[in-house]
Design a binder for this molecule. Structure first.
Ligand SMILES: [Zn+2]
Length: 282
């Protein structure tokens, strides 16, 4: 599933081709993509508008169009964007014609979405109800992270995957950040030592930056606009390395399930949390 670095990679590749261009047509071939708005209605609203800017917030790609019209794309599980491919692949859900380009939203599992938000204030409200702090925002301080986690007994991994806490982190980058921090994914989010929140904040930024530098990770469907793969999967220290020796200590990396997601851990570098004393503690 594309996370912040993958969406940012797409944004950077797409920006020069689309900013300033006018949307000539938006052909939504799968009505589920933009539901509850009908494809014809969406086409009427965005067609003819110029692209003012292309932003990213969390895992959303925000097409900021003229007239405070925002088309928010989310790739979800298997969405990819392809610019001017030689042929139209199976599972093409949307074709956007803009400037001299054709941009395809391809999505085998059909969880990807295009949502329309009209008005810059409405956009802020949309984000406010769904997304927490942006990891590279100066407001994302160790103290902020600690205050978000205070009193929370959910596993730290599940906490990091909650987009309402910190936006943009998914399964890959949560595992990589926790390994670098030396914190077990099942530790209660609110139970880290103060210094560990600082290490974790730094590790989150470090892994996301490394992911962007590597132009994302292509372990499943993620591809660049031209179909090329990212390379961060070659730099994973722990994620998807079950059964292999830890790069730091040689202990065999284990795979667990935390928060319903496949999770990779070195139990030497990331000590297993002690059992709770009271059964049923909240
Ligand atoms: Zn280790």
């Amino acid at each position: 599933m594309p996370e912040l670095p993958e969406v940012e990679t797409i944004r950077r590749q797409l920006e020069p081709a689309v900013v300033g261009a006018r949307i000539r047509d938006l052909d939504v071939r799968d009505a589920r993509w933009c539901a509850p708005i009908a494809p014809a209605e969406l086409r009427d609203i965005v067609g003819g508008r110029r692209v003012r800017a292309l932003h990213r917030r969390g895992k959303y790609l925000d097409w900021a169009l003229e007239g405070e019209v925002h088309l928010l794309m989310h790739l979800r599980m298997t969405g990819t964007l392809l610019l001017d491919p030689a042929e139209v692949p199976d599972h093409t859900r949307v074709v956007i014609s803009l400037g001299g380009h054709h941009l395809l939203f391809v999505d085998p599992r059909r969880f990807g979405t295009g949502q329309l938000v009209i008005g810059d204030e409405e956009l802020e409200a949309f984000y406010a109800s769904r997304l927490g702090v942006e990891p590279f925002d100066k407001r994302f301080t160790p103290a902020h992270l600690r205050s978000l986690a205070r009193g929370r007994s959910v596993p730290i991994k599940a906490f990091l995957l909650d987009q309402r806490m910190v936006a943009g982190i998914g399964n890959i980058y949560a595992d990589e950040a926790l390994f670098r921090t030396g914190v077990h994914p099942r530790r209660a989010a609110g139970a880290l030592r103060p210094a560990q929140y600082e290490l974790l904040r730094d590790a989150i930024r470090e892994v996301l930056s490394a992911g962007i530098d590597a132009r994302g990770a292509s372990i499943d469907d993620f591809r660049h606009l031209d179909g090329a793969r990212g390379s961060f999967q070659d730099r994973f220290l722990v994620h998807r390395r079950g059964g292999e020796p830890c790069v730091r200590c040689g202990t065999t990396i284990r795979k667990l399930v935390v928060g319903g997601r496949g999770t990779y851990v070195c139990v030497h570098c990331q000590p297993v949390p002690r059992m709770r004393r009271r059964a049923g503690a909240a």
